[in-house]
Ligand binder design. Structure first.
Ligand code: M6R
Length: 644
């Protein structure tokens, strides 16, 4: 979703901001802008330049601007309050334009604040919730509504004219940007990652955080802030992940950190050990393909160190073996692709550990009253570790007494920090909006958890766990085989689907869970409507959709329900469906009903999700490319969904 960058130092800020914003593009956005200090003529002003659309457009506009600024802030906006437009793009400014801010998150009480501020004479120029922040900071700084000179009187006049009680502005103003930001934050209910500059404090960026990520770093040529480490990793690998309620004041010569009262604090420095190459395309035409091709490595890396002395271990669980043994119910809570990883986990946990497991969309879980006891384990799955609904569900589950275990790809992310224990999926930075490699990392991690629960509950012997662990590791080579051999088959299948208006993904057992992920991938990147159904449910409704040429994409690998799935496909064939099947290598018979067959190597059914998902990812990508879609940045979607 939205992205923040900021820089103050001795280099040209505009280049650093544009490069940072480009790095944040993957998160999804619809407009972009920067605020740069402008000291021409000896008086500092703030110049704001904004554009709807891509950062490249903003870059072209800035190319024509002679901006010598060495301090500035930038933003990519994903619209929540107000449509994508120049006026709604960030940065937003105070009435007199001397303060500019960029903000990620949502201000829940913005309507009340806006009304109150308007009564005191503030003028609003956007539909955003963010803009109230700029005016609150302005009042705290100048003690007035309209600027350092004329404002106090105007504000007071507005109060008297309206005859309404309004909160008193912070007259006569603190004239300290950091203090003004702190004060503004006391008025705001909601989530924010915020960076502010002020023409009256050249070179200073004031930063605040609550429930929206902010990272800060000090490089050789200045101080940097961003909402994602990827935007400042060129400058430094040692970063401070700001905690909720912490503030930072960035200046060219250094950074100071304070708490909500303004008392100095010593921040924790985190070293980033992944390389920027991992976040670049590395010769692939798009991030999605690169990330799909990284999946064998993800399987291997996620398993490293898990079998020590012949025993499966997940030390980061934060739960003793005795506590694990007491678990009698598991909830997996997640959204989107992560939710689909949960559907696969349900099969494994119930089959191996015999513990009832429910999978719930975090957005639903948080507003239900689920049955939670101290022996309930809640497993929160989130690639980004930032998803607002998943975080809210974690908090709710913990208040109700559950142990919460996080599975995430991002070290130090809110999901990691707010869970009792965490497994990292070792996918490394995932850039394409459509999750691929992190899904595989999630399924492998959840499989480990299922094996551990089964071992602790004595449902599987140590020997059985060891054998299954070995087979789990074999899926890395099996994925590689698919990548190496099935390209043409996938291309042919994509040609058969690309002009359809809709497609059905079907399967049974594990295949039904995989079908969900196949359908989501196709719709999110190709904009082709797709739905997943348990194949046995087809005749209860969806089969009515099928007419000649309608694509049915089936997962029919060799499994205990293979014959049943084939019967369901025959019913589709009889109605003229165009059938694409993901089948097990060596299954020649399937070609009798399938128009296109994509093979995966023989694999135990319990691990088929890891391999059978790969051709579906590739199929979605091929179809999207054939339809002229941007596979890395699909419309309307954001990589991290940090709002409800
Ligand atoms: O970061 P998370 O795993 O919590 O994100 C959840 C979903 O927003 C995410 O999986 C989304 O569905 C992806 N675009 C799927 O490719």
């Amino acid at each position: 979703m939205c992205g923040i960058v900021g820089y103050t130092g001795d280099e040209l800020a505009k280049d650093i901001l544009i490069n940072g914003l480009k790095r944040l593009e993957y998160r999804g956005y619809d407009s972009a802008g920067v605020a740069l200090e402008d000291a021409t003529g000896g008086v500092t002003r703030i110049d704001v330049i904004r554009r709807v659309g891509k950062v490249a457009g903003l870059e072209s506009e800035l190319a024509g601007v002679d901006a010598a600024a060495t301090c500035g802030i930038g933003h990519t906006r994903w619209a929540t309050h107000g449509r994508p437009s120049m006026a709604n793009a960030h940065p937003h400014t105070s009435c007199d334009g001397r303060i500019a801010i960029v903000h990620n998150g949502i201000i829940e009480n913005f309507a009340e604040l806006r009304e109150e501020l308007a009564q005191r004479g503030h003028t609003f120029t956007s539909d955003t919730d963010t803009e109230v922040f700029a005016h609150l900071i302005e009042e705290a700084y100048y003690g007035c509504a309209t600027g350092p000179v004329a404002g106090a009187a105007a504000g007071a006049a507005a109060d008297m004219a309206s005859g309404q009680a309004t909160s008193a502005p912070a007259a006569p103003g603190c004239h300290d940007l950091m203090a003004a930001v702190r004060e503004a934050c006391t008025r705001v209910v909601g989530a924010y990652g915020l960076a502010a500059v002020c023409a009256d404090e050249p070179g200073v960026i004031a930063v605040a955080r609550k429930d929206s990520p902010i990272v800060i770093g000090r490089g050789a040529r200045g101080s940097y802030v961003a909402s994602d480490v990827i935007a400042l990793i060129d400058a430094t690998r040692d970063v401070v992940v700001l905690e909720d309620g912490q503030f930072a004041r960035l200046a060219p010569e250094g950074i100071t950190y304070t708490d909500a009262e303004g008392a100095p604090i010593e921040p924790t420095v985190t070293h980033i050990d992944w390389d920027i190459d991992m976040a670049e395309k590395g010769g692939y035409p798009d991030f999605m393909l690169k990330e799909i091709c990284e999946q064998p490595r993800v399987v291997r890396d996620t398993l490293v160190g898990r079998m020590t002395g012949g025993e499966l271990s997940i030390d980061e669980l934060g739960l003793s073996l005795e506590e694990l043994n007491l678990i009698d119910r598991v909830y997996v809570i997640a959204c989107g692709t992560s939710y689909h990883a949960g559907l696969i986990a349900k099969n494994l946990i119930e089959m191996w550990a015999r513990i009832p497991c429910e999978v719930e969309a975090a957005s639903e879980f948080r507003y239900r009253n689920p049955i939670i006891t101290p022996s309930t384990l809640v497993v929160a799955v989130s690639q980004s570790g930032e998803t607002a609904d998943t975080l809210a569900a974690i908090r709710d589950a913990r208040i109700k007494g559950a142990k919460v275990f996080g599975i995430t790809n991002v070290v130090g992310s809110p999901v990691a920090r707010e869970s009792d224990g965490v497994i990292y999926t070792k996918a490394n930075k995932e850039i394409a909006v459509a999750s691929t490699k992190s899904f595989i990392g999630q399924v492998v991690s959840l499989t480990l958890l299922a094996l551990l629960l089964a071992q602790v509950k004595y449902r599987l012997t140590v020997g059985q766990v060891r054998m299954l662990f070995r087979e789990l590791g074999d899926t890395a080579e099996q994925i590689q085989w698919i990548l190496d051999t099935q390209k043409d088959a996938i291309h042919e299948a994509a040609l058969a689907c690309k002009d359809a208006r809709s497609a059905l993904f079907v399967g049974r057992g594990m295949g039904a869970a995989i079908a969900n992920e196949g359908a989501l991938k196709l719709k999110e990147i190709s904009y082709l409507h797709a739905e997943a159904y348990a194949a046995g449910e087809m005749k209860h409704g969806p089969i009515a959709l099928i007419d000649p040429g309608f694509p049915v994409i089936a997962i029919a690998t060799k499994s205990p329900v293979y014959d049943k799935t084939v019967s369901n496909l025959k019913e589709c064939e009889a109605r003229g469906a165009k059938i694409v099947v993901v089948a097990t290598e060596g299954d020649e018979d399937i070609a009798q009903i399938a128009d296109h067959v994509i093979y995966i190597p023989p694999v135990r059914d319990t691990f088929s999700a890891i391999t059978a998902t790969v051709p579906l990812q590739l199929l979605a990508r091929e179809v999207a490319l054939m339809r002229g879609c941007d596979v890395d940045q699909p419309r309307n979607l954001a990589k991290s969904v940090t709002v409800e």
